[in-house]
Design a protein around this ligand. Sequence first.
Ligand code: CA
Ligand code: CA
Length: 255
Amino acid sequence: MLKFQAACILGLLFGVASAYAFEPIPITISNAMDKIIFDGRWTHQTEWKASSLNTYFYNDTQIILRSAHQDNFVYIFLDPIYDNTLDKLDHAIVCFDTSNNKSDRADLGDYCFVTYLEGNDAFTYQGGSDSDETNFFVKKSNPKGFVAKGAISDTNDRYTSVPHPSYEFRIPTDLIGRQSVYGFYFLVYDDGTKKTYTYPQNLDSENFVSSPDKWGEMYSPDKSLPEFGVPMLLLVFSIISVIILRMKNRIFSQS
Ligand SMILES: [Ca+2]
Ligand SMILES: [Ca+2]
């Protein structure tokens, strides 16, 4: 009996540990993100100051993630501060599982956004494809308002003045919705070392990106992201109430 109880407790502890294999990322509301200059780098020292800060430590590098939302966009900055090789193929990917259903095969609710160092191109991918070469993602046209850019950050970077790649993203909520919790993943690739660095950390490299069932989470701690639409709902209810009242008045005046 004691052995059974011990096994249950161990199972429970293991279950709790595996349920929190990643640290969820709180995303803050900000009133300064519309001032971001989308040149792919720390343009000035206070540029990304009004955003959440998460720091990820790896064996040989460190990546700073800044995130925030404002109006109709989610803003992400990725800063691999110890990548000292400025390679054309250095790149960053951020992904959202918009229904947070953690599918083992990417579905239509999964989106990834890609940009390269010093490249002027940015790309949008959506799940639901049959191709396992890109882990069931397929390239789509970029949504309206989407911006992503990589460039070299240096003297204005808050964490190091040594030149290194950095990446700025602006992702429209019209595409990824307004959720209190998203499945979330990022990948930063350093072509100098041929290594990838991910959140959640140390995921095995798969084709393109890891499957959504291995992703972490990004959440809105004060629910300010999903509740943005409430005033619009109130407006709709107000209009419906006025229409009903007018109809009632008309019926009474006719009777
Ligand atoms: Ca910038
Ligand atoms: Ca590099």
